[in-house]
Design a protein around this ligand. Structure first.
Ligand code: ITT
Length: 186
């Protein structure tokens, strides 16, 4: 038996990463299809609120969406829920400028996956701690990957995609999602 879920996102990188993670964890028991669609994100205080609101707007029997973000300790958690806007406007270089001279480089990336199956809604949260580099490094990945190094490592996610596949916020959220979807099939 296998369960099919539609991942609604305008970001192909997110789809590829999540599909690969689910394949690795659940094999063919979970099938992820990509519904390439942008949707409006409300401005809210948490990624969870953004996801819950968006899930209410999107049609479908088995749909999944994700809101992700980068949270920087020295900036009080900024850009956080504003991550998409900030990346579009000032980008990684803008973040690095804001962090110039800052010794506290701690940061964390968060993924909140929202699943709606029929009328039931569930959220799955994944988090990875790390720090912000002094310059952009690496060509892989997307978004903030060139400036984020996971805890205990020395490469950015953009330099080491295998590291990202193993311990990213998205991978951790995918583990919880897969566990839930597999539990429905027993
Ligand atoms: P959808 O909303 O259509 O799913 P998006 O790219 O807008 O796609 P988010 O709102 O979840 O995705 O992402 C917020 C920002 O964080 C955006 O600028 C992304 O590029 C960035 N981001 C998300 N996941 C990331 C990751 O795994 N590594 C680096 N940056 C990431």
């Amino acid at each position: 038996m296998s369960i099919e879920v539609e991942f609604v996102t305008g970001n192909e990188h997110k789809f590829r990463e999540l599909a690969a993670a689910l394949r690795e964890i659940a094999g063919s028991a979970v099938k992820l299809r990509w519904r390439r669609q942008r949707y409006t994100e409300v401005q809210a205080d948490t990624l969870e609120e953004v996801v819950l609101h968006a899930l209410g707007e999107i049609e479908g029997e088995a749909v999944l969406i994700e809101d992700a973000g980068l949270f920087i300790s020295a900036l009080g958690g900024f850009p956080g829920v504003y991550s998409a806007y900030v990346h579009q406007s000032i980008g990684n270089r803008g973040i690095l400028r804001m962090m110039q001279g800052e010794e506290d480089r701690r940061a964390w990336m968060v993924s909140v996956l929202g699943l709606r199956l029929g009328t039931g809604v569930r959220l799955f949260r994944g988090e990875v701690r790390g720090w912000i580099t002094g310059a952009e490094r690496g060509e892989h990945g997307f978004g903030y990957d060139p400036i984020f190094v996971p805890e205990g490592c020395s490469s950015t996610f953009a330099e080491a995609p295998e590291l990202k596949a193993k311990l990213s916020h998205r991978k951790r959220a995918a583990e919880k999602l897969a566990e839930y979807l597999l539990s429905l099939q027993h």
